[in-house]
Write a protein that binds this ligand. Structure first.
Ligand SMILES: [Zn+2]
Length: 374
């Protein structure tokens, strides 16, 4: 399906095979494409996200870079009547980021790219490294020198060249962008194909609920790669006439690092403090404006949860047989907070993704266990 790469700031259209990662004006690229959802044909297709190929802006006939992504289960959550947990941690590298990486790397392979760079210390880097390995594309990942060794081991095992950079998260991004001048920037934040992959999260929910949208989707938000993917996916379904309205997209941040909640509430962002939810410890999300717009358009909201609420939700999920990393407990914690305030109607359907596996954060969780009351 042909796609147009358009600058979100000046609306200039880039050539479809552009290797640039942003517009000469400095704006970020979005993708415009028409999508279709052939329900009858869907019944016959394998249970992977590639079943939605008419909604993925990829050249026809290109080879998918795939590790066999399954449709992730949608389980009722007894803690909150009407709510369902979507087990995104069951994707091949242990997080939802595989949705974005498989589509982005498929596009990169079709463009003939041989080498790429990314900057991340966590799940996005693991996903990009794994799919780059699958595609036969050399991959260099810039990480903060302080990144945890467990996640770096996963990235390095996929064969990526891991480059530690001292300083802040912004210093790491700057190093990656400099390197990207002579390579290709496979950024989970800037590359518009990444969000075209994460939107399959919405398509799966729609099909799993019997071709309808839930009333709410409650998601963790850092850079917003899943939040925006959900928005784009449900918007595709709305435009195609498959759903009557967008679900409310409710974004949850950790109190310690909540620039989007501050912007939503019209107050200045406090300096980022340490949160256990390392996957959303993002002080200045590059797509902030798009996230706020998606929130307004879906009649959603953005709110915070405390560190205690995150830890409590993590162990509550554990007692239900679900082992997730702390970042993945943020949205369930937000849902519990909304329900306790009487703001999550029991007659509606809420979907809450569990974004990353606890196996990625074993040492952190072991440390939390030593602090749990007996
Ligand atoms: Zn522009």
């Amino acid at each position: 399906m042909p796609a147009e790469i358009v600058c979100a700031t000046c609306q200039a259209v880039a050539p479809p095979d552009t290797l640039r990662w942003r517009c000469p004006c400095g704006g970020l690229y979005d993708l415009r494409a028409t999508t279709a959802f052939p329900r009858d044909a869907l019944r016959e297709r394998p249970q992977t996200l590639w079943r939605y190929r008419e909604a993925l802006p990829l050249p026809s006939g290109c080879d998918a870079v795939s590790l066999g992504e399954p449709i992730t289960p949608l389980l009722p959550w007894s803690a909150l009547p009407g709510s369902h947990l979507k087990l995104e941690f069951l994707l091949p590298t242990g997080s939802f980021k595989d949705r974005g990486a498989c589509v982005m790397l498929t596009r990169m392979k079709a463009l003939g790219i041989r080498a790429a760079v990314e900057d991340s210390s966590g799940n996005a880097a693991a996903a990009v490294a794994a799919y780059a390995a699958r595609a036969g594309i050399a991959c260099r990942i810039f990480v903060p020198a302080s990144a945890s060794s467990g996640k770096l081991a996963q990235i390095a095992t996929y064969g990526a060249d891991v480059v530690p950079v001292p300083g802040s998260r912004e210093d790491v991004a700057a190093a990656a962008r400099q390197e990207a001048e002579g390579s290709y920037y496979a950024s989970h934040v800037f590359n518009p194909y990444f969000l075209q992959g994460t939107k399959t999260f919405a398509f799966e929910i729609w099909e799993q609920l019997g071709f309808r949208a839930p009333d709410q989707v409650i998601l963790p938000v850092g850079h917003g790669t899943l939040y925006l993917g959900a928005y784009l996916g449900f918007r595709d379904l709305l435009k195609a006439g498959e759903i009557p309205r967008l679900p409310r997209l409710i974004g949850i941040q950790a109190e310690a690092c909540a620039p989007l909640v501050a912007a939503w509430c019209g107050r200045p962002a406090a300096g980022p403090a340490v949160t256990i939810a390392e996957g959303i410890r993002i002080a200045a999300p590059d797509r902030a404006e798009a996230i706020l717009q998606a929130c307004r358009e879906s009649d959603g909201e953005l709110l915070t949860v405390s560190e205690d609420e995150i830890v409590s939700a993590l162990f509550r999920l554990g007692r239900a047989g679900l082992y997730v990393e702390p970042t993945a407990a943020v949205a369930p914690a937000g849902a519990l907070r909304l329900a306790a305030a009487g703001r999550l109607p029991a007659e509606g359907i809420a979907v809450i993704p569990l974004t990353g596996s606890g196996l990625k954060a074993g040492s952190t969780i072991a440390e939390l266990l030593t602090r749990q009351p007996a």
